[in-house]
Design a protein around this ligand. Structure first.
Ligand code: PEP
Ligand code: MN
Length: 355
C-alpha cells in the first residue's frame, strides 16, 4: 500500500469518509457509496475532541470494522493517530495510511512518540498543520517523521484557529501552505476544506481555491446521513454531494503550451516587473525620509511612536485605497507592515550612540 501516490498528473487525490466511525452500518454504507469515486477512505476512530463530554470515537471496536471493511472496498483506508498506542493498534489491524491531526502536530512530544513507533515501518503518513499558524511546527513534524525513515509523506492544510471573527471554522491563511510548498517543494500538499469551512456551504469554494493554488488533493468529510453525525455534523457532506463537488471542480493546468498565452503572459509580467521595481524604489525613498525623521526625533528627544500621526496615516491611506480601487483592507495590511518597519528603523537609529 505504500505505493500510494498523493501526487498524480493534474488529477486531485481525493480522500473522503466520515469524521468518525459511529456504527458498522454508518461506516460500511458511507464507504460503499463513495469508494469507487475516491482514492483513499478516511475515518476517525480516536477523536481529539475539545470537550470530554463530546463523542470521543469508538477506538478499538471500530478498528475491527476497518479490518472487515478492507475486504469489501478496493481502496486503502486511513485513520488518525495521536499516540504510540494508536500507531501499534493501527499497524496490527493493517490500516493502510495514518494521519496526524492538528492537535497532535502542535505537540513535538507526541509527534516524536509517534515517529519512534513508526521507525522502520513502511506506511504513508499524512500530517495536518498545527492548530495555530506556526509553519516551523508543521515542518518540524514532517522532519521528525522523515528522520525515522518515513518517505511517503504528505501535508494536509486544514486551516488555523483564530480569535478574530471569521466566516471560517479555521482560517485558511493560504500564505502558510504556500510557504510550506516553498520550503518543501517535493512534498505533496493536500487541503481539508471541511475543517477549514466548518459548514457545507463553503466547501466547494475552498476546494477550488486549493486546486487553483496547485494543491495535490482534497480531504472531504463525507457521511451517509450528516444530520445524525456524532461529530462535525455541520461540515459533512453526503455521498451525492461529494460526487457533485467532484464534478464542479475546475482543473487548471500549471502552464499552457499555447504560444499566444505565453506571449501575453510574458508581456504582462514585464509590466509587473517594471511596477515592482518602481515600488521598491519608492519604498527606499520612504525609508530615507523615515531615517531623517528618526534623526530629528532623536535630536529633539521625541518618542518614535506618534500615535495620532499613525492613526492619521492608517485612515487616510485606506481612503486613498478606495479612490484608487484597491481594497482598503489590503492597503491597511501594507501600511501596518510599512509602519512596523519604520518603527524598527527608527529604534535602531535611537540605539546608536551619538557621534
Ligand atoms: C478530523 O480530521 O476529523 C480532525 C479531527 O481534524 P483536525 O485534526 O484537522 O481538527
Ligand atoms: Mn472532523
Amino acid at each position: 500500500m505504500n505505493k500510494i501516490k498523493f501526487i498524480s498528473n493534474r488529477k486531485p487525490f481525493i480522500i473522503a469518509g466520515p469524521c468518525s466511525a459511529e456504527s458498522k452500518e454508518q461506516l460500511f454504507t458511507t464507504a460503499k457509496a463513495i469508494s469507487q469515486h475516491i482514492d483513499l477512505f478516511r475515518v476517525g476512530i480516536w477523536k481529539p475532541r475539545t470537550s470530554p463530554d463530546s463523542f470521543q470515537g469508538l477506538g478499538n471496536k471500530a478498528l475491527k470494522w476497518i479490518k472487515e471493511l478492507k475486504n469489501q472496498i478496493q481502496i486503502p483506508i486511513a485513520t488518525e493517530v495521536a499516540n504510540a498506542g494508536h500507531v501499534e493498534s493501527c499497524l496490527k489491524s493493517n490500516v493502510d495510511v495514518i494521519w496526524l491531526g492538528a492537535r497532535t502536530t502542535v505537540n513535538p512530544f507526541y509527534v516524536q512518540e509517534i515517529a519512534e513507533a513508526l521507525r522502520g515501518v513502511d506506511i504513508p503518513v499524512l500530517i495536518k498543520n498545527p492548530i495555530h499558524p506556526e509553519l516551523s511546527l508543521w515542518i518540524g513534524a514532517i522532519e521528525r517523521l522523515r528522520k525515522v525513515g518515513i518517505n511517503n509523506l504528505a501535508a494536509i492544510h486544514r486551516g488555523f484557529f483564530t480569535l478574530e471573527k471569521s466566516a471560517f471554522r479555521n482560517e485558511p491563511k493560504w500564505e502558510i501552505p504556500i510557504k510550506l510548498k516553498k520550503e518543501c517543494p517535493d512534498l505533496p500538499l493536500l487541503c481539508d476544506p471541511s475543517h477549514i469551512s466548518g459548514n457545507i456551504d463553503m466547501i466547494q469554494e475552498v476546494s477550488q481555491t486549493a486546486l487553483d493554488l496547485d494543491m495535490d488533493g482534497l480531504m472531504i468529510e463525507t457521511h451517509f446521513k450528516p444530520s445524525v453525525a456524532l461529530s462535525d455534523a455541520d461540515q459533512q457532506i453526503t455521498p451525492t454531494q461529494l460526487l457533485e463537488l467532484k464534478k464542479s471542480l475546475v482543473l487548471r493546468k500549471t502552464t499552457a503550451l499555447n504560444k499566444d498565452f505565453n506571449n501575453k503572459l510574458y508581456e504582462l509580467r514585464k509590466l509587473i516587473d517594471q511596477i515592482d521595481e518602481k515600488l521598491v524604489k519608492i519604498i527606499g525613498n520612504r525609508v530615507s525620509l523615515v531615517k531623517e525623521i528618526g534623526a530629528y526625533k532623536k535630536k529633539n528627544k521625541v518618542t518614535i511612536l506618534q500615535i495620532k500621526r499613525w492613526f492619521e496615516i492608517f485612515n487616510t491611506r485606506q481612503k486613498m485605497g478606495v479612490n484608487y480601487n484597491v481594497d482598503p483592507q489590503y492597503v491597511a495590511e501594507i501600511f501596518e507592515l510599512i509602519h512596523k518597519h519604520s518603527i524598527l528603523t527608527q529604534t535602531e537609529l535611537m540605539k546608536k550612540s551619538n557621534d
